[in-house]
Design a protein around this ligand. Structure first.
Ligand code: ZN
Length: 249
């Protein structure tokens, strides 16, 4: 048996302090039979109205998590001069909402996590903090930068799959309920964003990995977008960040 038997893992990226979306995703996971462990791909905070609530909720579950650029920005571990003005404003606001425990938790997150058959990073194996995996050529350039067969990334907030053979990769969009069978080919998988989807579908996006079946399935879940937007407005977060949740972009 290639895979450890009967384990289910929930793959969540880019929660972005959207507690309403995060809770709905956790409910959906439970409705689908639950998961033994959450694999979190970073950017727990930034943009959204509930950074502390999201860290606290994640920490109540059995999980592993890598650091994202917004996690580092919120604790001053990264300069926000490369952020757009709205993202930088949200990072400053986020910093003021974190407890000392939240800060030491974010501080402790590694850049890379190795699991049997999988490498987890926020952006890319070559540049975990900054590089986006949007295109096949970038995926190809990253093949030499991790040893496992499969790599799971976040950061782009776009559910996607890169299927690679030898040195060449093919980019595919991952659709709701699409099943990715794990075989011999090396793959990059992005489960999309829980808290700020950017593929034109505003529903929260995540994936479930069934190690028994050797399969990863993408799921989309509707959540109360207006409730998150109202909380963002209440806290004076930038209007563009509030509006984009409705478009999923
Ligand atoms: Zn992000």
């Amino acid at each position: 048996m290639l895979y450890s038997k009967g384990m289910k893992y929930a793959i969540l990226a880019d929660i972005h302090a959207n507690l309403t979306a995060f809770q709905v995703v956790l409910d959906d996971i439970i409705w689908r039979g639950g998961a033994e462990e959450i694999w979190c791909l970073g950017d727990i905070v930034g943009y959204g109205p509930d950074p502390h609530g999201c860290i606290e909720l994640l920490r109540r579950h059995n999980h592993v998590c890598v650091a994202g650029n917004h996690d580092w920005a919120a604790i001053g571990k990264m300069d926000t001069s490369d952020f757009n003005p709205e993202a930088a404003a949200a990072a400053r606001w986020t910093a003021g909402k974190l407890t000392p425990e939240d800060i030491s938790y974010l501080e402790s997150l590694p850049l890379t996590i190795e699991k049997p058959y999988f490498t987890l990073v926020h952006g890319s194996p070559r540049d975990p903090m900054w590089e986006y995996l949007f295109y096949a050529d970038v995926a190809e350039q990253n093949l030499a930068h991790f040893k496992s067969r499969y790599c799971i990334v976040g950061h782009s907030h776009v559910p996607s799959l890169f299927e690679c053979e030898k040195e060449s990769c093919l980019a595919k969009k991952l659709l709701p309920d699409e099943e990715v069978v794990l075989g011999e080919k090396r793959l990059f998988i992005n489960p999309g964003g829980v808290g700020q989807p950017r593929d034109g579908d505003p529903r929260a996006s995540y994936a479930l990995y069934d190690s028994d079946a050797g399969m990863i399935t993408l799921h989309r879940v509707s959540y109360d977008i207006k409730a998150t937007q109202a909380r963002m407005a209440e806290h004076g977060l930038p209007g563009r960040l509030i509006d984009r949740l409705a478009y999923g972009f």
